[in-house]
Design a protein around this ligand. Structure first.
Ligand code: GLV
Ligand code: GLV
Length: 322
């Protein structure tokens, strides 16, 4: 019997081709929904490998019930949806998709910042709604990006790629990170700041940190109150880093000027989400790495990681190295 691989979302056939000779492969076929928990658990029970999405919870219960499971390849750089301790206990490898998505995600994050600053989405809506009756001097006047200060929370690869873009726009760059990044300081002129300093000095606060116990709930009411009232907050990392009620209040009270959000505390959100009632919020459906090229590369990386583990090799992008 061929080892069984379960893929929790429908992927293009061409991506699966390298697996089909040696493995039995099954996918969740509905493109518009994620696999229900009970089906995921049932499929995992016989799986040697799982190709998972960031929206799937791969927890202790799943690892304990899946005797053959050797590898979980997550189609994301973030892997906060996977219980690493449980994977280690089980001796299962966990893989992610770093690097291939770095520039693509930095592009989107920069776009989100620009769209929020220059009111691009609001302006598009204005035209579509037939409201554009005359040119006028302050019509949809936004905020400059160039020569402003951006504060990057989370200076990993994506943070650095974002900083590179910011440098091209003549921005002053502050960053906050667990560790110092001497190379980014040298080549990009990025300055290390503690969180409070970053929040008080930045015109744009951009979150690109992974979700960990240390970053969960990092931004609360006090943090938004420290920001400039003209500041724009951008989150392209993970929703739970932010207390969303506090963000909502900060936007309503004028503690900050606007927000561009690619991620939310509980995804997906619907049109009734309170943040969407605010004109100064721009929302995207978690599409940071979503260019066709990059998503294809991410899928291929997941497939090659699964093959590597099941064929006894060390996968390219292993998360639980110990
Ligand atoms: C997307 O959010 C990712 O972690 O790749
Ligand atoms: C981007 O989505 C990230 O996970 O940093």
């Amino acid at each position: 019997m061929k080892p069984y691989i379960y893929i929790t979302r429908k992927l293009p056939e061409e991506v699966l081709r390298p697996l089909l000779d040696q493995y039995e492969v099954e996918m969740w076929e509905d493109e518009n929904s994620s696999v229900p928990r009970d089906i995921l658990l049932e499929k995992a029970q016989k799986a040697s490998g799982i190709l998972s999405m960031l929206s799937d919870t791969i927890d202790k219960e799943l690892f304990e019930q899946s005797p053959n499971l050797k590898v979980v390849a997550n189609l994301a750089v973030g892997y906060d949806n996977i219980d690493l301790a449980a994977a280690n206990e089980k001796g299962a490898s966990v893989c992610n998709t770093p690097d291939v998505l770095t520039d693509t995600t930095a592009d989107l994050t920069f776009g989100l910042m620009m769209a929020a600053a220059r009111r691009l989405i609001e302006a598009d809506r204005y035209v579509r709604e037939g409201k554009w009756k005359s040119w006028s001097p302050l019509l949809m006047a936004g905020m400059d990006i160039h020569h402003k200060t951006v504060g990057i929370i989370g200076m990993g690869s994506i943070g650095e790629a974002f900083a590179k873009r910011a440098k091209g726009f003549d921005m002053d760059i502050l960053y906050h990170n667990r560790s110092r990044k001497p190379e980014a300081e040298e080549t990009l002129g990025a300055k290390y700041a503690d969180l409070d300093e970053l929040l008080t000095q930045s015109d744009f606060v951009v979150c690109l940190a992974p979700l960990t116990p240390e970053t969960k709930g990092l931004l609360q009411k006090e943090q938004f109150q420290r920001m400039k009232s003209s500041a724009v907050f951008v989150n392209a990392a993970r929703g739970p880093i932010v207390n969303e009620d506090a963000l909502y209040d900060a936007l309503v009270n004028g503690d900050i000027a606007g927000a561009g959000l690619d991620v939310f505390e509980k995804e997906p959100i619907d049109e009734h989400h309170p943040l969407l009632s605010l004109k100064n919020v721009f929302a995207l459906p978690h599409i940071g790495s979503s260019s066709v090229e990059t998503r294809m590369e991410m899928m291929e990386l997941c497939v090659s990681n699964i093959r590597a583990v099941l064929e006894g090799h060390i996968p390219n992008t292993l998360v639980n190295k110990d």
